[in-house]
Design a protein around this ligand. Sequence first.
Ligand code: GLN
Length: 268
Amino acid sequence: MINIRTALGKSPDLETEILLCHVLNKTRVYLFAHPEQLLSQSQWEMFQNLLAQRAQGIPVAYLIGEREFWSLNLKVNQHTLIPRHETERLVELALELIPNQPDIHVLELGTGSGAIALALAKERPHWNIVAADIIQEALSIAKLNAQNHKIQNVSFYLSNWFDNIPQHPYHALVANPPYISEHDPHLYQGDLRFEPRNALVSSQDGLGDLQCIIKQGYEYLLPGGLILLEHGYDQKLQVQTILNELQYKNVTCWQDIQGNDRVSGGWR
Ligand code: GLN
């Protein structure tokens, strides 16, 4: 017997609905419109099986293989970070700060499921976007997501940060790199336990990859080009110091919807 309350996370009702929709292959609207709907024997077994896996801690997004980001339904798996709402703030800022005109070149590093690049590409079909990741399996998912959404203005590169990136000077560089310290206890709680370590954890108290991107990124930006980076709620000062050291101008930090310092950036 599975105790549904302990099997499910902080939003048990929502998680139940999402898992039921997956089993029924229906939308949540359908679920509410058809409260009389019964599960077949095999659907019931599938639901029980999903609950049992959820009870082991496996994130709902991995169980159903998808997560919505910026109104795009994205495939995800254990090779990709699960896209977060906070990261939609980064997308919002990029759309606000990068000129809405043709012939704009944008680079996204550490694309994972492709969330940021695909959201930008969807909103700005005339931009040229380069998206890179070090993990081939993640890149395959990102490409599949591009295909599923018929997005054609993103090119994908297998690259360890800048190692294999076309040298084209960019109008903007955006990233949600790993920024959690290896000592952070959150790594041993909830969904984070199941997400790829290399998408979460960075050296130097979480600042190692941010520093590398800020440093090398300067050479890839056009004069006036924008760098925009997601970081931890308590990393604003450190990230701003690195940006200032590198001579980026108008260094700024923006808050996410919860009021946490979440995105910092500057202009070359
Ligand atoms: N924002 C994520 C979290 O704290 C981590 C993602 C990242 O390190 N870029 O759960």
